[in-house]
Design a protein around this ligand. Structure first.
Ligand code: DC
Length: 218
């Protein structure tokens, strides 16, 4: 039976997570936050005190990765039974995730773990390579982006709301560095699938983006 898949790719901070969750909820579909898998691996690698140059050891940690996802109002992620949700959003976690995500062997190990999320009645998959590599046959693909400044402002606001110290200039710098790394890596770089709908959310509300994506599915 055909299982419908909607892929939403784009750089961090474009609103993919919020939009994907809202659409998954509206349609009653499953939700894959692929970035959280790379982020969880980054946390596991740090816990195992493995250096970022030790590729074989990172691959081994990826193979042994045991994650549980609890999708309520907020996504809860457990690593070997331990709740790591609060560490997932840290800039440091994202930075390390982006570095290990550049390793082809790591991406190969995580590919099947991501494809396993495709289950009835459907899947909304959010990431960098959902429409190009993980679900190339998806019927509906979106590439959601926004300017680096807008994405940094959103991230800054989120951090301040969580009472985490933040510096806007530093965040812009980190976002641009991460974009470059995600776009310039040799394996599965952040790129728009040729059959994806391009949406720039810089001056759009979340609701407007959700509406545009739902129109695509309809
Ligand atoms: O979407 P995010 O910021 O949570 O992703 C964290 C990092 O994980 C991102 O910098 C690159 C990597 N990633 C990836 O390479 N491929 C994906 N499909 C999702 C994330």
């Amino acid at each position: 039976m055909l299982i419908p898949v909607l892929t939403i790719d784009g750089p961090s901070g474009a609103g993919k997570g919020t939009v994907s969750r809202l659409i998954a909820k509206k349609l009653g579909w499953h939700y894959l936050d692929s970035g959280s898998i790379y982020r969880s691996l980054a946390i596991a690698v740090q816990k195992a005190s493995v250096g970022l140059e030790a590729v074989d050891e990172i691959v081994k940690v990826a193979q042994d990765l045991v994650l549980e996802f609890e999708c309520g109002d907020e996504l809860v992620v457990k690593l070997d039974g331990e709740d790591i949700t609060s560490q997932l959003g840290l800039e440091q976690t994202g930075g390390i995730a982006s570095q290990i995500a550049a390793l082809p062997a790591v991406r190969q190990v995580l590919l099947k773990k991501q494809q396993d999320f495709k289950q009835l009645p459907g899947l909304v998959a959010d990431g960098r390579d959902m429409g190009t590599v993980v679900f190339p046959d998806a019927e509906n693909k979106v590439f959601l982006t926004a300017s680096a400044e807008k994405r940094a402002q959103r991230r800054y606001k989120q951090l301040i709301e969580k009472e985490i110290d933040a510096n806007l200039v530093q965040i812009i710098y980190e976002i641009e560095a991460r974009d470059r790394r995600d776009m310039e890596r040799a394996t599965a770089p952040l790129a728009m699938a040729s059959d994806a709908l391009y949406i720039d959310s810089s001056d759009m509300t979340i609701d407007a983006v959700v509406e545009e994506v739902l129109n695509l599915i309809r």
